[in-house]
Design a protein around this ligand. Sequence first.
Ligand SMILES: Nc1ncnc2c1ncn2[C@@H]1O[C@H](COP(=O)(O)OP(=O)(O)O)[C@@H](O)[C@H]1O
Ligand SMILES: [Mg+2]
Length: 277
Amino acid sequence: MTARPLPDASAEAARPRGPVIEAYGVHKSFGDNVVLDGIDLAVAAGETLVVIGPSGSGKSTLLRCINVLEPIDSGRILLEGEEITRKGAKVAAIRQRIGIVFQQFNLFPHLKAIDNVTLAARRVRKMPRRQAESRALDLLARVGLQEKARQNPHQLSGGQQQRVAIARALMMEPHVMLFDEVTSALDPELVGEVLVVMRDLATTGITMVVVTHEMQFAREVGDRLIFMDEGKIVEEGVPADVLDGPKEERTKRFLQRSLQMAHSLEELSITQEGEVE
Ligand SMILES: Nc1ncnc2c1ncn2[C@@H]1O[C@H](COP(=O)(O)OP(=O)(O)O)[C@@H](O)[C@H]1O
Ligand SMILES: [Mg+2]
């Protein structure tokens, strides 16, 4: 992990040190389908962890378990040293410490950008309107959207809407941000503006877990990368090391396939199992 400037050193110092997220032997099935098959993980304070892996490997489920949106079958997940998967954990309070951004922006269409950003703080935290709006404007400025604060979602591009969603997730001052393929639904020319916002966010010292297909982002912004397949962490390391010199066969195959897709469709075909080869 590299040292990073902190947005507010005093607040940061008051927080517990050590890993922000820990997972020990996490198992999760849907019926017969084993989706998380013994996940052990630690995400250090300020670290940006990038998660890659094929569709269906359990990446989204992992994020949803960390955000206590899915119960796990066995194992433990800790947030800042506190076990969040124990019975009786205060889920609402835990979720306030975790910001999550999904592929679908899920903005309220009838609310202006700024009202989408302030809604939870005003409702849940009972933050006064003026204070909430002032903070929301700061956050919208940070994602490059101060001018768009009074626009409704339909007046914004997909990239702009996703940046509003990021500002919304930051509103509750989360201690960790989870990103689940947040650029996958965007037109290619809008991907960059969202990645740049995430890159800048990573330098503020906030802890981030980023599920992505954007290998260049993984390489440049990730402190560490994990490759998941069939519910397991198959390989992990410094992003450039894993991307340039994968050790495991499954990682090699996945990266080769991603590269192939990026360069040419010519040699690809659909197998009988419906997979691309
Ligand atoms: N709510 C659910 N109910 C049943 N099966 C699910 C549910 N969510 C995910 N799954 C299954 O779990 C597996 C992993 O899904 P997911 O975590 O979304 O993978 P990824 O994000 O890596 O594509 C898939 O086989 C998927 O069909
Ligand atoms: Mg997913």
